[in-house]
Every structure is written in C-alpha cells, then in structure tokens.
Ligand binder design. Structure first.
Ligand code: GAR
Length: 204
C-alpha cells in the first residue's frame, strides 16, 4: 500500500476529510504522517485524535527553501513516504515547495486550491473571485509542479457565486466542495487511476 504524508499549516479541515475517508476504508492508502510548519496548527490536534503520527518542522534557521525541504523529505522518508511509494498532499500548507522537492517527488505531490485554476492563483482566491465579479468559482486539486498553482489538474468542482456573497460565505461553500474532491483525488491516485499526459490527466 502507498504511504501518505500530509503537509499543513493551520486548520487542517482538508486533512481531516482525507483522514476520515481513509479511516472508513474508502481509500486504500496508509496515513503515515502529518507534518506542520507551524507548532500551533489546529490540524495537529485533529490528526493526533485520529491516531496519525505528527511532526512539526519550523522553517526558522534554515538557510534557504531547499535546506528546509530536505528536512521535510527526510521526515517523509522516515515514515515510508518515499518518491517510489509515497503520496504527498499539501492541505493548506502555506509555503512554496522548492523545484528540487517537486523533481524528487515528480507527479507525487498534490495540492488543493480554492478557485478554478488557472483563475485566481496565489493567496486570497475567494476574495480575488469576488473582486473580479466572477459568477462562478470553485476549487481545484492538481499536481504540484515548479510553478505557483500551475500543475496538471486532477479534479475541479464548480461553486456559483451569489450576489450577496462575502469572502466568508463563498469560502464556506467552496470548502464544502474541497472536502469532497480532495479525498476523491487521493482515492484515484491510490488506486493508480490517474495518468499524466503533458498538461492533462487521464482518469480511468
Ligand atoms: C483551503 O481552503 C485550501 O484550499 C487553501 O487553504 C485552505 C486550508 O484550509 N489553500 C490555499 O489557498 C493554497 N493556495 P484547511 O487547513 O482547513 O484545509
């Protein structure tokens, strides 16, 4: 079975939705470790409650991004999340991954983003959608490449923007969809149903 490592920075609700699906035996993958760059991330308590190993790796003291990522990689490997037998999920992990990390785990790192990429990449995507006046937004699970929110798309879900939406109300409805599509994408990966062909993913 594949080993899963999830990287978080905060609330951890996407992590929770994935871990709960694994617990219910809906996804054939071993939840090996949760790593946070923030010691006070709420998600750490949730992971502990669900009986999954946790590690905190703060970024202070590392001289560059790759030095920090090397520490993440050695921790992942310690838990069996290897470039051959692992999957790494970014779930609200608010750091940019180095190109070296991406290369080492090619097509084995996935991310969730709260917009329909390539629209509204980066931070505050829900606010960007409202400010732009978009009628629809949503969320995207995608492979991570060396760019910012640019890797091949695995699954997207559409959310209609309402005229009276605020950042909070829109974020809430998008999050509900995130909690559906992220476990679904992990499940497809675990069952080896995703093939990457150029920029496209073929789901069998
Ligand atoms: C989620 O909405 C996720 O899509 C977003 O951060 C939130 C994390 O929530 N990620 C990004 O914006 C990445 N660019 P969570 O900690 O409850 O899963």
């Amino acid at each position: 079975m594949l080993n899963l490592g999830i990287l978080i920075s905060g609330r951890g609700s996407n992590m929770e939705s994935i871990l709960k699906s694994i617990k219910k035996k809906k996804i054939p993958i071993n939840a090996a470790v949760i790593i946070s760059n923030k010691p006070d991330a709420k998600g750490l308590k949730i992971a502990e409650k669900l009986g999954v190993s946790i590690e905190v790796i703060e970024s202070k003291g590392f001289k560059n991004r790759w030095e920090y990522d090397k520490k993440i990689i050695s921790t992942l490997i310690k838990y069996g999340v290897t470039p051959k037998n692992g999957l790494v999920c970014l779930a609200g992990f608010m750091r940019i991954i180095s190109p070296e990390f991406v290369k080492k785990y090619k097509n084995r790192i996935i991310n969730i983003h709260p917009a329909l990429l390539p629209s509204f990449p980066g931070l505050d995507s829900q606010k960007q959608a409202l400010d732009y006046g978009a009628k629809y937004s949503g969320c995207t699970v995608h492979f991570v490449d060396a760019g910012m929110d640019t890797g091949p798309v695995i699954i997207q879900a559409i959310v209609k923007v309402k005229e009276n939406d605020t950042v909070e109300t829109l974020s809430k409805r998008i999050l509900k969809e995130e909690h559906k599509i992220y476990p679904e994408a992990v499940n497809l990966f675990a069952r080896k149903k995703i093939k990457v062909v150029g920029r496209r993913t073929i789901i069998s």
